[in-house]
Design a protein. Sequence first.
Length: 282
Amino acid sequence: MAIRTVGVVGCGLMGSGIAQVAAGAGYKTMVREVNEAALQAGLGRIGKFLADGCAKGKVTQDEQNKTLANLTGTTNIADLKDCDLIIEAIVENLDEKRATYEAVEAAVRPETIIASNTSSLCITELAAATKRPDRFGGLHFFNPVPLMKLVEVIRALTTSAETNAALTEFASSLGKEPIAAPDRPGFIVNRLLVPYLLDAIREYERGLGTVEDIDKGMKLGCGHPMGPFTLLDFVGLDTTYYIANIMFEEFREPRFAPPPLLKRMVLAGYHGRKTKRGFYTY
């Protein structure tokens, strides 16, 4: 299961980051988006990240040139036909993912591995939507992908040992640290992180302190790089709400239930940094 050519489906925040690190690690990488505008926005995000890195001395000119030389974009899913690995990084919608896998499988070779970057959906259920459940697994990257070192490798009940080993080796080849995560909602990181974030919202609602003081307390008192409300705005309140609902549906434990304030903010369109307003205004 040698991986030489990588296809990334979705060139949003996560997809563009995954494509960038794959191309930077020497893989011929093709990223696919649904239309030209979305594709150019994603490729532009990669170009800006690399240019900013060069300006700050964190990326060499050779590294920038190598990454861009290995990277191509397309709006035609059939162009992924020669890829050894496809990483799906589209919206967290089961029906859309199923439709994407059907289109991908019509284009790629039978031996091609498919992996999902989902942060919450069941990998076994996603694998069952394909004709290659033994060559399907989870690769959960973290935002921002070029900077975050962790990748959760999730093995479905149907994932073969060879596929799991190939995905783990691939993650390591990107300069990441892979960990084996169970195929349960939230995997490892979100299973521990989401209840902490939800608790912070609940305690804020109960008058524990201001948003600023709670954030400062966790930063200076616990050594966290950012407080829970800064992190919520960064991750996205809508994303957190979505993951929390999936976890609560699975476990039916109160700690996974989204607080009323989180629901109201999501309904109001206050999703964090991406909408310029969350617990803070940007």
